[in-house]
Design a protein around this ligand. Sequence first.
Ligand code: ATP
Length: 271
Amino acid sequence: MDKVNALIKDMEMKMAQEKIDCPCNLDELKVGVDLGTSNIVIIVLDKDNNPVTGAIESANVVKDGIVVDFIGAINILKRLKQQVEAKLGIELYEAATAIPPGIMSGNIKVISNVVEGAGFKVTKVVDEPEAAASVLNIQEGAVVDIGGGTTGISVMNNGKVAYSVDEATGGTHLTLVVAGNMNLPFTEAEGFKKSKENEKLILPIVRPVIEKMAHITMSNIPKEIKELYLVGGTSCLTGIEQVFEKYTSLRTIKPENPLLVTPIGIAMYAG
Ligand code: ATP
């Protein structure tokens, strides 16, 4: 996991930089676009999968893999594309994108249309769990992607996704519980939940929802699974891995910033 953490840290650093001295020519860059329920992310890697740059913006234009605001999604993605291009000093033309598990074919087309609408030619549409698994270098085990709207569970076999399920419990449900408990409006509760200084307070409040996610995970994996890998924004919550480990009795591993794992994996499949 040290290598994965170093890769993510490097990516975070590059994303924070205003200007990037692009080390390679356009043909050698690999671009990944992740359209999520809570965030839209562009990641740029070099041909050897080293971080080059990226950009992220909170968004409410996709719900559980379904684009609910087509024009809004295109506008955000265009904005992120321009930001990344300004940092690199070059225009980007191609990108890979990804779909969550269990999505219907019509919705896959809509996701590609958003990416094309923002000015990219879509070169590949990958499964989100497969993208995450290639960053984590997992051969066996289960990837648990806890996003905003859903928890996706993917069982890996020889580095390939054997099967995936996506269940409608995610970070939004944690925020709703915090909102109710602290008597806060949803947006304030969202900020409260993510704030580092509240981390000790949050876990006991949201523990039952996390246990439900762990229960959903256990109900969807075979007995042979020995390890769980947590990714997705909700996995950023401090201590979530301990709740999973205690509930499931399975070794539970999470990278330092689980939010960027899938987006980096998508870019790895580009080019
Ligand atoms: P989905 O996979 O459901 O389509 P998504 O891909 O947009 O959603 P992510 O970006 O992986 O989801 O995660 C978004 C969720 O992560 C939100 O509910 C957000 O509140 C939560 N989140 C992000 N950072 C943190 C943090 N530091 N602590 C707790 N939760 C966090």
